[in-house]
Design a binder for this molecule. Structure first.
Ligand code: ATP
Ligand code: MG
Ligand code: FE
Length: 336
């Protein structure tokens, strides 16, 4: 069956055509980063307007690349939340119109379920599985006892990892979004300024990154007060090592405690080279199979939304036409 999926939760307008929930026929992504860069972050009103301008073009391009015409589509999936309300609305309205016009089922989809099930586009998932979700707005450890059953066992108490990367990047004078620049600088660094690790309570799977971010800022200030120029690459390395230590150890500990048979890494920060490498070696030591999507499927895209929507399609769990965009939406409640 052919599923058309739409993603507009933040600053990427994306439409994909996916066969049987796994075979990507097209996955067109139009990023607004160049527009938002000058403001140092995503401006919600501008994001909505840009989605309106591009959604039809991206839809046409996705159909053209997939060599599919609209009447061949069997269902329409859309990111319902979480995300920016005005941005989500553009996708939701487009999906409802298509569902009504084509008379096919509509499937409202959770954005983070999409990030997790991006892994289903590259391999088979074995349950129970532990997903380490590291993105611009989320940092979570999710237990999947079975397919489509989500239990969030740990989450950030302040900044998300991607958010911390972007704030540190700004302090290191990189443009938005700076995560990839910090990653590159950390990889190339020869020195490391060791920064604190925020482990929280010994049994906790929660995270906190705001203290680490402050530690970077105060190191920069300390150097400047002494009239020295801060060692940006040693700081980038220190920051990255602290983040990687904490997120990978907690994820692997969770996998052991819950008897996971597989580890899934996902979200935009999963593109981080250091994180991929460390998690790979820890999982190898633990004899735990690991899936990590290629970079293009880690950051926001509609194919991952199709992969998650497929869980609902196979169970006949469709949405009604009064589906609403939800800026805050629980992952657990979205379980099949
Ligand atoms: P959410 O999915 O939580 O709603 P989002 O969709 O905005 O948030 P993603 O698109 O999944 O987030 O990820 C974007 C984030 O990933 C940005 O913060 C960006 O800096 C970060 N990022 C991308 N590549 C890297 C990298 N190589 N190293 C570190 N961070 C990175
Ligand atoms: Mg984005
Ligand atoms: Fe995302």
């Amino acid at each position: 069956y052919l599923l058309l999926a739409i993603e507009t939760s933040c600053d990427e307008t994306s439409v994909a055509v996916v066969r049987n929930g796994r075979e990507i026929l097209s996955n067109i992504i139009s990023s607004q980063i160049e527009t938002h860069k000058q403001f140092g972050g995503v401006v919600p009103e501008i994001a909505s307007r840009k989605h309106v301008e591009s959604i039809t073009l991206i839809l046409e391009e996705a159909l053209r690349e997939a060599k599919i015409s609209l009447p061949e589509i069997d269902a329409v999936a859309v990111t319902q939340g979480p995300g920016l309300i005005g941005a989500l609305l553009v996708g939701v309205v487009a999906a409802k119109s298509l569902s009504l016009a084509l008379d096919v089922p509509l499937i409202g989809t959770h954005h983070i379920a999409g990030h997790i099930y991006a892994n289903h586009l590259i391999g088979d998932i074995v349950y129970p599985a532990i997903a380490l979700v590291v993105s611009g707005g989320h940092t979570e450890i999710v237990l999947l006892e079975e397919e489509g059953k989500f239990r969030v066992i740990g989450r950030t108490r302040d900044d998300a990892v991607g958010e911390a990367y972007d704030k540190v990047a700004r302090a290191l004078q990189f443009p938005y979004p700076g995560g990839p620049y910090v990653d590159k600088l950390a990889q190339e660094a020869t020195e490391e300024i060791v920064l604190p690790r925020s482990w929280l309570e010994p049994d906790s799977y929660d995270f906190s990154f705001s203290g680490l971010k402050s530690a970077v800022l105060s190191e920069i200030n300390r150097s400047r007060m002494k009239g020295e120029s801060p060692d940006f690459s040693a700081l980038a390395r220190g920051f990255q090592q602290s983040v990687i230590d904490v997120v990978t150890s907690k994820a692997v500990r969770a996998a052991k405690e819950f008897g996971a048979r597989q580890m899934l890494l996902c979200g935009g920060v999963a593109a981080n080279r250091g994180l991929r490498d460390r998690l790979s070696s820890l999982c190898e030591e633990a004899g735990l199979p690991l899936l990590i999507p290629p970079n293009k499927l880690c950051t926001d895209n509609a194919a991952m939304i199709a992969a998650a929507a497929d869980l609902k399609w196979r169970r006949g769990q469709y949405s009604s036409l009064d589906l609403k965009a939800e800026p805050i939406l629980s992952l657990e409640d979205w379980s099949v």
